[in-house]
Design a protein around this ligand. Structure first.
Ligand SMILES: NC(=O)c1ccc[n+]([C@@H]2O[C@H](COP(=O)([O-])OP(=O)(O)OC[C@H]3O[C@@H](n4cnc5c(N)ncnc54)[C@H](OP(=O)(O)O)[C@@H]3O)[C@@H](O)[C@H]2O)c1
Length: 327
């Protein structure tokens, strides 16, 4: 398909998506079609590692999982913010079992260092929630390793983190990896010939959608390769959080007005994460939304070749031989 045709397809898809999201949000706002994870199953003593745990969905997930008996390792790029967030959780739930650790997902050496110290302190991890994210950085920004920042943080960082955590998950009797994606992965495409936007003009939306599609493709490919640990990707919904912090100018005003009127609260935003963490017998490799499996019909997330290719490229980018990725 030519670039201009593809552009038109993306624009049409974007408009459709916004209209669908807008009306879905209105329905959910008035309580229709909103699903909650109502089961009260507990995970006492399980060790849960959450990235981006100091804010938004990650913070609420920390609280909800602590309440169900988990020990939560809050991974935060700013340790001070992480400690404050942990105190916030302890104020809501006094006996919360929390360990705050520093981790910058946009820096590969920080992730390697984190992996080493984690193995010194824990002999097992039961649930890894790859949740941290940045959205629509206005200018092309690169990570300390020279990769486009949204791809580096949202996908590559989690890809490498998962490699380091996996050996600890083999000892779990119900190991789960949860990759927090977005409905916007539908609009995404992996630009294999220019993942870092060095040749084509940088587009913040395309870069975000690429990174979120990568979350879904990574889930699909990892699930194919490992059966002892289950892997899920999910869309949390459209939720009021700090995610829009990079959006500037008129777009920000629009986002804020729509967000104020229709975005849902983090309590609802964490429900599908809870569903993937707690519900027995979910299918590995699948994408979940609104507390159920979601089969998107028209998108590139079902492309097995793309999933395989992304796997190979990601291994190269983080410096691991692809046959050495799994424990
Ligand atoms: N909110 C929505 O409507 C929505 C919709 C679809 C998908 N999602 C996805 O949900 C996930 C959580 O986002 P949120 O809505 O809860 O947004 P948020 O409140 O902005 O939380 C994002 C978290 O990621 C952390 N983070 C960013 N860059 C990082 C890095 N380099 N290393 C480590 N941590 C980093 C942030 O840390 P700092 O506080 O230090 O910046 C923050 O804790 C994201 O993956 C997002 O794409 C959200």
């Amino acid at each position: 398909m030519s670039a201009s045709l593809r552009r038109i397809k993306i624009e049409i898809l974007t408009v459709c998506l916004f209209i669908i999201e807008f009306f879905t949000n209105i329905l959910r706002f008035i309580g229709l079609g909103r699903r909650y994870y109502k089961k009260d199953n507990r995970i006492d003593g399980k060790i849960v590692l959450i990235t981006g745990a100091n804010s938004g969905i990650g913070l609420e997930a920390t609280y909800q999982l602590c309440k169900r008996g988990a020990k939560v390792v809050m991974c935060c790029r700013d340790l001070e913010k992480g400690r404050q967030a942990a105190n916030n959780v302890r104020r809501r739930f006094r006996t919360a079992d929390i360990d705050v650790r520093q981790l910058d997902l946009s820096c590969l050496s920080s992730i390697r260092q984190f992996g080493k110290t984690l193995a010194d302190h824990y002999d097992r991890v039961d649930i890894l929630i790859n949740n941290a994210g940045v959205m629509m950085c206005p200018k092309r920004t690169t990570s300390s390793d020279g990769y486009e920042l949204q791809f580096a943080t949202n996908h590559l960082g989690h890809f490498l983190l998962t490699h380091h955590v996996l050996p600890l998950m083999i000892n779990s009797d119900d190991g789960r990896i949860i990759n927090v994606s977005s409905i916007h992965h539908i609009r995404g495409r992996i630009f294999f010939d220019d993942i870092n936007f060095t040749k084509k003009p940088y587009d913040p939306v395309e870069a975000y959608c690429q990174s979120k599609l990568a979350n879904v493709l990574f889930t699909r490919q990892l699930a194919k390769q490992i059966s002892t640990v289950k892997v899920y990707s999910l869309n949390p919904g459209t939720i009021n959080t700090n995610l829009t912090r990079y959006i500037r100018g008129f777009k920000r005003i629009i986002f804020n007005i729509i967000g104020f009127l229709f975005n849902l609260d983090v309590y609802w935003g964490v429900q599908t994460t809870l569903f993937c963490a707690l519900e027995p017998s979910l299918k590995s490799g699948k994408y979940y939304s609104n507390c159920k499996e979601d089969n998107c019909l028209f998108n590139e997330s079902l492309d097995d070749d793309a999933a395989q290719r992304l796997w190979e490229i990601s291994c190269q980018m983080v410096g691991i031989k692809s046959d050495k990725y799994l424990p």
